[in-house]
Design a binder for this molecule. Structure first.
Ligand SMILES: Nc1ncnc2c1ncn2[C@@H]1O[C@H](COP(=O)(O)OP(=O)(O)OP(=O)(O)O)[C@@H](O)[C@H]1O
Length: 306
């Protein structure tokens, strides 16, 4: 037993701060995330990756694809919260956003150099790091090539162990392919819950390789460094209704009137044109509409919020 007073004051690279609580992750996803049963595969991958009885061969790379508002960031937040005590605020969790961190196409070389040094610096402090790259489709092509060697390293390089890191890429790339394929399967009578990862993985990897953005002709994909492509299915009416109820509940309204739920539903655009099966914005933009209704019709709940 060793006691390190520094760890009282700041985050340390140990089990207390990095509990890696997979059961908590499973429970959170099952109870809070609607309609995305394939994220279970991501959980299994993470669980295997950090399994103390099995040494990972390389860093784990997961790539989440789907329409806006289908839960990619939401799920990532649960992953961070279950693996790290401080969740998204942990100094071992890093969130890069395409348009914010890599806005200029002509600076790719500089971004790549900085990113390489920076990743190495962090991983050398603590190997169990989570790197999230959001809006990969809005990053200049080639950015991911800076990450590629780190994902590829199988051994300790210059004293740094890259194999325990987790990389999660989020994008809308491939969303159209996912939606169309989902639509076809749905027409053929397949149930959403019956769909498997391998119904989609090949389709996505081929699709993202050709679409513009950070994955475009990327070495990361060419060399098969992405371990799992996870499709996020478009949200249907019953999922969106659950999201709306969640938003009411968050504002202490546990029994919202049906007409109020409908009022929010009326704001949502549905596609594709023939079936109108999916919400074009998923569960996004619901929260502000619900906030307005709560302020207007549930004054007591609004007070509780303050
Ligand atoms: N599958 C889901 N189950 C429950 N709530 C969801 C789901 N998807 C989205 N939401 C709700 O909608 C909000 C926005 O979703 P989120 O930010 O995860 O979308 P996204 O897929 O990351 O979109 P984008 O591609 O625009 O980044 C979440 O914070 C959550 O409240």
């Amino acid at each position: 037993f060793s006691f390190n007073p520094v760890c009282w004051l700041s985050e340390c690279c140990n089990k207390d701060y990095i509990p890696g609580d997979i059961e908590r992750l499973r429970t959170s996803l099952r109870s809070r995330v609607y309609g995305q049963h394939l994220v279970e595969d991501a959980v299994d991958a993470i669980s295997g990756h950090w399994n103390p009885h099995h040494r990972a061969e390389k860093a784990l790379t997961l790539s989440f694809h789907g329409w806006p508002g289908s839960g990619k960031n939401y799920v990532t937040k649960f992953i961070a919260e279950s693996l790290y005590k401080e969740g998204m605020h942990s100094s071992f969790v890093h969130n890069f956003i395409g348009r914010v961190h890599f806005p200029e196409e002509e600076k790719v070389k500089q971004y790549n150099e900085n990113l390489g040094i920076w990743l190495k610096g962090n991983i050398s402090q603590c190997p169990k790091q989570l790197f999230i790259f959001d809006e990969v489709d809005k990053m200049p092509a080639d950015i991911l090539n800076a990450v590629k060697p780190m994902i590829d390293y199988k051994n300790i390089v210059d004293g740094v162990d890259y194999t325990k890191a987790i990389f999660i890429f989020l994008s809308n790339t491939g969303a159209t392919i996912i939606n169309e394929h989902y639509h076809r399967l749905w027409h053929a009578g397949k149930k959403r819950e019956e769909l498997k990862l391998n119904d989609f993985e090949n389709l996505i990897s081929k699709g993202v390789f050709n679409e513009k953005g950070g994955f475009h002709h990327s070495d990361t994909i060419r060399s098969n460094l992405i371990d799992h492509y996870i499709p996020f299915f478009p949200m249907q009416e019953y999922h969106v209704k659950e999201c709306i109820k969640d938003q009411f509940r968050e504002r202490h309204v546990h029994n919202p009137r049906g007409s109020h739920i409908q009022e929010v539903m009326d704001f949502i655009e549905w596609g594709p044109d023939d079936s109108k099966l999916f919400s074009k914005t998923g569960c996004k933009r619901i929260s502000s509409k619900v906030a307005l209704l709560v302020a207007k019709h549930y004054p007591l709940a609004s007070k509780q919020e303050l």
